[in-house]
Ligand binder design. Structure first.
Ligand code: IPM
Ligand code: MG
Length: 357
């Protein structure tokens, strides 16, 4: 088969890790007889530097014309003082929204080989955990009304959290369906003791839960959830939550698996076109030094094969190759834990995965 993939390398370590994933896709294509056509588009700080816009129209059009999108990362110190609408991060929100990608799947499995990289005690890890975070991606406070106004103490800034029943229902349905394919356990995380938007979220989730009697459903307040994730991560299977809470909790979940450099994500909407990206950022402190861990992006490419192209055998093959490399003891700097030895560079790690493929 043939597929057109738009590449949004972005800033910082973005180009290095996307190049790694492209090599892995090409090798997988050779092995299984598929051709992937790649086309680069600008996004983020680099796009701002070259065109004056962090998300040029050609990028949106290019993504819409492709079968799927692979993204590296955006942002960096250089662009930190730009106004809100010119910031690289705004481009990321813009492309998610323009492509209608309201679901963000962030799997956080503990790799047995990386146990020692997890900051959790052995007895908490037990026989391991495997959490799937389903994050709402195109609503909530990220997209609500914002601005400045005169308040009680002078000028103030505000951002608004708003969710409609439609938005909650569609992400809820995705999460219940996801739970049905896994261990049939779903935890919805909100702040319903304080926020009106969370109360509507909870009520809507409860109505959906009636349609999925096989799923063991529960609610959890977000502060408690942050605590439970480090106290007993094994209690979770699928988590569904808002854009903002999902952003925060997925970083926490990634850290307990050992490293944020390992976790992939899939952003999906109502068509097969998705956008796939590591959950980590552009890591400007190590950009251009060939030190980044490419695994999160490689695993994002494998999620693309699985979710957008329905190539599960090919996706399994990439995931097994990554497992094999980790089991053989190869590590980039971020996942060294307390093991000895020299960490691999980004290109060396990529080579190891290609060999395992
Ligand atoms: C993420 C990132 C983004 C987000 C930033 C870079 C806008 O933190 O994908 O988790 O908050 O969604
Ligand atoms: Mg984040």
């Amino acid at each position: 088969m043939e597929f057109n993939i738009a590449l949004l390398k972005g800033d910082g370590i973005g180009p290095e890790i996307v190049d790694s994933a492209v090599k892995v896709l090409e090798k997988t294509g050779q092995k299984f007889n598929h051709t992937f056509y790649f086309k680069d588009y600008l996004i983020g700080g680099i796009a701002f530097d070259m065109t004056g816009e962090p998300l040029p129209v050609e990028t949106i059009q290019g993504c819409l014309a492709s079968d799927s999108v692979l993204l590296g990362a955006v942002g960096g110190y250089k662009w930190d003082n730009l106004s809100g609408d010119k910031r690289p991060e705004k481009a990321l929100l813009g492309i998610r929204s323009a492509l209608g990608l309201y679901t963000n799947l962030r799997p956080a499995p503990l790799y047995p080989a990386l146990r020692s990289a997890s900051p959790l005690k052995d007895e908490i890890i037990g026989d391991g955990f495997d959490i799937m975070i389903v994050r709402e991606l195109t609503g909530g406070i990220y997209f609500g009304e914002r601005g400045y106004r005169e308040g009680k103490y002078g000028t103030e800034a505000f951002d608004t959290e708003a969710y409609s029943v439609m938005e909650i229902e569609r992400i809820g349905r995705t999460a219940f369906e996801c739970a049905m394919k896994r261990n049939k356990k779903l935890t919805s995380i909100d702040k319903a003791n304080v926020l009106e938007s969370s109360r509507l979220w909870r009520k809507t989730m409860h109505q959906l839960a009636e349609k999925y009697p096989e799923v063991e459903y529960s609610d959890l307040l977000v502060d408690n959830a942050a605590m439970q994730l480090v106290r007993n991560p094994r209690q979770f299977d699928v988590i569904v939550t808002s854009n903002m809470f999902g952003d925060i909790l997925s970083d926490e979940a990634s850290q307990i698996t050992g490293s944020i450099g390992m976790l992939a994500s899939a952003s999906l909407g109502d068509t097969s076109r998705g956008m796939y990206e590591p959950i980590h950022g552009s890591a400007p402190d190590i950009a251009g030094q060939n030190k980044a861990n490419p695994i999160a992006t490689i695993l994002s490419a494998s999620m693309m094969l699985r979710y957008s192209f329905d190539l599960s055998e090919e996706a399994d093959c990439i995931e097994k190759a990554v497992d094999k490399v980790l089991n053989a003891g190869y590590r980039t700097a971020d996942i060294m834990g307390n093991t000895d030895g020299t960490p691999l560079t980004c290109t060396e790690m990529t080579e190891k995965v290609l060999e395992a493929l």
